[in-house]
Design a protein around this ligand. Sequence first.
Ligand code: X8Z
Ligand code: ZN
Length: 607
Amino acid sequence: MFRFMFNLFVLPVVLAITFHVLYNDYQKSKTQAPPSVADAKAFLQEVNTMLAKASEDYGHAAWLAATYINSDSQYVETKAAKEITLLAVRYARQAAKFDDVALDASDRRQLDALKLGLSFPSPDDEQQATRLADIGSKMQALYSTGQYCDGDTCYNLGQMSDVFAKGDDPELMKKLWVGWRQVSPPMRSMYAEQVSIANRGAKDLGYPDIGVLWRSKYDMSAEQFAADMDKQWHKVKPLYEALHCHVRAKLNEHYGDAVVPNSGKIPAHILGNMWAQSWGNVYDLVKPDEVKQSYDLTQLIQQADMDEQAMVKTGERFFTSLGFAPLPETFWQRSQFVRPRDRQVSCHASAWNVDNVDDLRIKMCIKRNAEDFNTIHHELGHNFYQRAYNQQPPLFQSSANDGFHEALGDVIALSVTPSYLVQIGLLEQEPPASEDLGFLMQQALEKIAFLPFGLLVDKWRWQVFSGEISPADYNKGWWQLREHYQGITPPVERGESDFDAGAKYHIPGNTPYSRYFLAHIQQYQFHRALCEVAGFQGALHRCSIYNNKAAGEKLKNMMAMGSSRPWQDAMEALTGQRDLDASAIVDYFAPLKSWLDKQNQNRQCGW
Ligand code: X8Z
Ligand code: ZN
């Protein structure tokens, strides 16, 4: 997660007083004459100044609450969250006063950004804003401190993930799958209350519900956005179905009918991941037989004695090889790389720019494996993006759309190819082209398997926000989507005393999720364009832009735009295209798709 301006803007008391004075001044002047262009400019100036300061203050509180979870840090963070929410909501409501003023495109865009900036707006009311902040803080702490004890053996989420990654004990995986989900029933009523408060906040800003607000952030209508998501999904669905079919057959071979049936949906606890959202850990069970000497990046990292910090340094070196300046000294001093032994922290990976200038940090509990090596690149992508747009006015200090932020580091990770690993001395020699299928399979298990999950998380929320799924049906609605889109099934019966959506970080964390679906499509478009700039010829999965300054320059220029222009402009600057285009991801995986289709010839696919 990267830091979203308004999610995290905060205002200290001193500034809050100033704000009320200015607000009152503005109200008075409003009764005298209709607002002018100059009024709007003055208003934007004030908003940018106040929100920048507020965001920095909130950043420190939120960092503390995420890396030192106790009642005091939660108190400080809750207060800060309430203040920033109220500030942003009040400014956003004032923005409407300029609806009829003829502003230039940039000023108009800043006013729009102000209205759309909060993911969970509260009504302009102290009590409701306080409750909203309180619930948010409580749910996140519940999630981050969640654990499950089987007799005397207790597991935190990281330890449970290790068991899923190993995959050698289906009974234990089932136990932990159920055990982890004890974290969320206590969130259920809080979540319903939070939704109803934020829905009132969204209405006050002119949106029917929070879902419409979320879908309105993409420089097109909310309806067009939802339709575009579905359109992209339909283009990649055949690839997902082919992968699903092969993986199910192989898991069935390995675990037997009693654990994984050879038809229908795949049990969710057997795919190597707590949420069955990416399947990279089942690679060994499903890899093509003809792949003989595929390397294991986890092993390479461990054999090279790379520690956690060295993994981050390696990631940073990729960015500097493209021409980006190295991370500041404070990054190394202030980041959280490993899980501390002496306190509770949030381990879900995130990237921060606490002062919106150069106080960049990542927060992870790194494990020395390939998955976290990828995540490091993902998080550093956020950091380099944050720095690249720090010259923009605060209201434009974010990515072209939220999918861009999520795609940036992933694009770099796509360049972590065998030839790159040879270049940096992790791998001895590049495997022959005949081994490419293995590489593609590994990538597909991460990226293609993710797509339906990336799509459905917000489909569920959109329905919850609109009331189509009522609190009484939270779990039913969740599993209908999981079964329909992913073709997976819970390993044990679930009911409405469960709240399985809440056992996924982004639900208690209130982070919109469509961004990851977009990112998974976009990153292949970006990769294709950058490889072209780099003059690379050959199959896209073999391209690495490591060391290529021209590709770096192209990327940096796009990043520096922040959100100052419609995302289509940023997309065009980078790729020459103005639309999302799933043909890049489809082309990238084309050789694997042909192979999968052959494997699946005599299988009954689908669920
Ligand atoms: O949450 C993340 C990042 C932080 S923005 C680690 N991701 C999603 C997830 O873990 O569910 C990256 C991929 C999807
Ligand atoms: Zn991210």
